[in-house]
Write a new protein. Structure first.
Length: 148
């Protein structure tokens, strides 16, 4: 089963936030789509949850394979330009998110950007719901510190 355009956009956004740059995110999305096509969905969760889990694992693998010292500039996904100040602030937030540990970045991205509920995030990550709450809390605190 291949996801529709809406799910593909959400998966790309997740890959972008986890990988840190557009080139790696696009690679992760392509690999995710291929994996979704080749793997057998068993129906143990929703297809979206399954797709997020595959994208998450592939994105984290690609991120970990990036050579140390390689620049990890993050581009803002989406179209349209806003005021210069808003774009600068968004860039600061994305850069601060890129400095979060992978598990915190994943939870924050799934919650704040993709709008998943805590239970859905727990299903995607394969962790208890309480872990999602604590990671989200820690991510918010660290992001606040990063932004000053």
């Amino acid at each position: 089963m291949i996801p529709g355009a809406d799910l593909s956009r959400r998966l790309l956004a997740l890959c972008l936030h986890l990988c840190g740059n557009a080139a790696d995110a696009e690679d992760a999305l392509q690999e995710t789509l291929l994996a979704l096509h080749l793997r057998r969905f068993r129906g143990q969760s929703s297809f979206d949850t399954f797709a997020y889990r595959v994208a998450l694992r592939i994105s984290l693998r690609i991120k970990s394979q990036r050579r140390l010292g390689e620049s990890a500039t993050q581009e803002q996904a989406g179209s349209g330009a806003g005021p210069i100040e808003a774009a600068a602030e968004a860039k600061k937030v994305l850069q601060a998110m890129a400095r979060l540990p992978a598990e915190q970045r994943a939870v924050l991205s799934l919650f704040a950007i993709d709008g998943l509920k805590h239970r859905e995030i727990a299903d995607v990550l394969g962790v208890p719901e309480g872990t999602v709450w604590s990671r989200l809390h820690a991510a918010r605190k660290r992001l606040q510190l990063e932004l000053g």
